[in-house]
Design a protein around this ligand. Structure first.
Ligand SMILES: [Zn+2]
Length: 252
């Protein structure tokens, strides 16, 4: 069995401080690759140093968390993506967050930034890792308008209709570890075919048990999905891993 954690944040808090142990447990759990996502220009610099010794195992997606989008961070992030495009495996997380950002002017700027990142994804030939919180309709609208092609919807939390629509568009739906207990993720897992699915921990967040989450726990997402779909754990593990390697163009 092989597993891939398609989205986490190894630079954060207790994960960063105990990284050697976290990586060891991931390997013991049959994870063959981990994609860690950065959320700001500073986070990229920190992450880059932190995971340097895990080259070929930990891969970086370079992004800007939507609540932190402003003209300065946007400019810096775009520069970093251009400069490090051969070193990173994706652009993200980028997208829209209407949960934390209520101000209409700032939301408008998020949308403009999002369009920039989609354009850059085309230019650099890098896939997109999308963050969308309470902004599903605008997120989908912009992805369509800008004709985004390689799309991963991280921690998908929208309706089953939208999941079905995303699948039709060829976008990938990433199911987080909280699929063990949250209905919205269980529903998404049940309507998404394995061919269109990735799994993630979003660690240190979204623990299946409470407390600090970590990449090794991606196993529990796979186990829950297997139960929901009535298939073997191994089938879910191997298919979602193949999807991740293909999407991020990772060869191991
Ligand atoms: Zn995240």
């Amino acid at each position: 069995m092989m597993l891939v954690d398609a989205h986490c944040h190894l630079s954060m808090g207790r994960l960063a401080r105990k990284l050697p142990e976290v990586i060891k447990r991931a390997k013991e759990r049959n994870l063959i690759a981990i994609v860690t996502s950065t959320i700001s220009p500073e986070d990229f610099s920190v992450t880059r140093k932190l995971v340097e010794k895990y080259k070929g195992y930990v891969f970086i997606s370079l992004g800007l968390h939507p609540p932190g989008v402003n003209p300065t961070t946007l400019m810096k992030t775009i520069e970093l993506i251009k400069k490090h495009q051969r070193e990173i495996v994706a652009i993200g997380e980028v997208g829209l967050d209407y949960y934390w950002v209520k101000d209409e002017k700032r939301r408008e700027f998020q949308r403009a930034a999002f369009r920039e990142f989609i354009k850059l994804s085309d230019e650099t030939n890098l896939p997109l890792v999308i963050h969308s919180r309470e902004a599903g309709h605008d997120t989908f609208k912009i992805l369509e308008e800008c004709d985004a092609k390689r799309v991963m919807l991280h921690c998908f939390s929208d309706s089953t209709d939208m999941a079905a629509y995303a699948v039709k568009k060829g976008w990938l739906i990433s199911i987080p570890t909280t699929v063990t207990r949250r209905k919205v993720h269980k529903d998404a897992a049940s309507v998404t075919p394995l061919d269109s699915m990735l799994v993630e921990t979003d660690s240190p967040f979204l623990s299946p048990f409470g407390g600090v989450n970590e990449p090794a726990n991606v196993y529990y997402a796979v186990e829950a999905i297997a139960r929901i779909k009535g298939v073997d754990i191994e089938t879910v593990a191997n298919k979602t891993s193949e999807n991740a390697l293909k999407f991020f163009e990772i060869s191991i």
